[in-house]
Design a protein around this ligand. Sequence first.
Ligand code: XIL
Length: 604
Amino acid sequence: MVRKTLFCIIALMLMFGASFTVAQDSELSLRALAERDNFYVGAAVYTTHLNDPIHVETLAREFNMLTPEQQAKHCELEARQGQFDFRGFDRLVAFAEEHNMVIHGHALVWHSCTPQWVENGDYTRDEAIGLLRDSIMTIVGRYKGRIPIWDVVNEGITDSGAALRDTPWRRLIGDDYIELAFQFAHEADPDALLFYNDYGTEGMNPKSDAVYDLVSDFVARGIPIHGVGLQSHFTIGGFDANQIARNVERLGELGLQVQFTEVDIRHSGEATDNILQRQAGDYYRLMDVCLANDACTAFITWGVTDKYTWLRGANLGFYNNPSVQPLLFDDNYQPKPAYFAALDSLARKVGETPVLSDDELAAMIGGTAQTVEIPPPVKSNPRQEAPDAVPGVIYYAAFPISITVDGDASDWERIPRGLVDSGPTVPQDNDTTMTFAAVADQTNLYFLAEVTDSQVAYGTHDPATAWYQEDSVEFYLNTTGDLTITSYQPGVAQIGIMAANIDHDNPTSPIIGGGNSSTAQLTAIVVKTDTGYLIEASVPLTTDVWTIEPKQAAVLGFQVHLNGSRTPDADRDTKLIWSLLDTLDQSYSNPSLFGRLFFWNKNL
Ligand code: XIL
């Protein structure tokens, strides 16, 4: 019987890297490079930040655009009707002028910062239109000729994209409050570029379609609009650069500018080196999308230093990470990998010597995307219970098949093997390789590892802290159904099985290590063989943290590693890895690098 290919092509991004250092050339700055390309690199700033000398120095050195983070919003400027307080805003404008920076005004109309007197006001539509006009004429008019860009309306569309957001001005005026705001801003300063700004509208989705429809309609009807701001508050790994490029392109085709107006890239937990590298890769990709299209004229980060990021604000309980580091400069104003990534993207764009080596860059952004063709499942030997594994990509696990976990591999006879013979650390005279296999019955998932190794070395490291420094095999499972997750959560486990179990005679409590390994309820037997050692193991299909259902073509994230040490009291000198995605030994922290295990019904 001919079977359909489960899927034909998987795009594999080879990613992630080790830490690096780059000496900073004192001449080099984001700003200096941007200015060679008529481009703007901006940052959101509070007036209070101007009291901090290092902040001032960093801001003026690195940025040529400044967005008032709070002080240009309507609720700040006109808390009481007709009584304007421009002190903070004036200070920011003066600073920008003194340092030759462009102000990106933000934001004339925003539901989260609309004065109380508007919110609670009981005005007729005509009265409200008059009030909106007065406010905009006063604010934009005051800085006429000095503020070349304004976010006129911020976040005017619902998250689903299905409707305009219910906002105070909309309640008073109706749906046309948006175009009226643009018309008033244009009247106040005909030379200012007027932007519609929003979040969740960066890529291609119903909300960005709604923005596109709104602004296309304005363009078609001659309502003065010149650009769209894409806020770009992201989580690491949380955007698709190609989709953002498509959105920038379609907006550009309307004759509009695009700016990335509030960029920050957050993460959960502490900012490890790995997290900062991945964040850098994301900054590079995002900057690159902007620089690749002339319609994109500015890249603005929502702050300069992690120390002052709004994401640490107590009122942002939903992010709940006081140690988040989402920006280009750390708490001490030191440039982070993300800074060098952004700088490198700019340097390459303007034809300047790259700041990062190709290897450093590849470590951050994953080098070139590689497409792997997945062949249709084939049994090279008709007696096999499942198709051949696709090296480093797919293992087909036959079911239902029961195995006795006893250290005797004879019950695995007709099960195809995967091969693990390469990885990031392979000694020149390496003699270690491994084959593995997996099957399931109605109650357990079973693993087999057969390791060839002339020097099985174990028993010298503390299993609690250094289990992976001596001979051991790691099976990884992601049972969550989401193979794209980039951090560990319940249902993901790294199960490191030590060769030391050779001398351990309790299979139901083997010596293991690894992230969430204890949740896997592993049974394992390890025996010495003529050529190395052999592991037979099983985990229940149902535990407190997962339910695995072997069904035809059901998929799990799956990975296999081998750690080898040849001198018993030295640390690991060999690291072999199965999944092609994990070039740099990051599976212990990032499940998206696992390969796949497809269940295969042997009776079909
Ligand atoms: C935020 C500021 O960063 C905070 O300090 C302030 O308390 C609230 O506003 N989208 C926007 C910005 O358009 O204006 C918001 O700025 C962040 C979300």
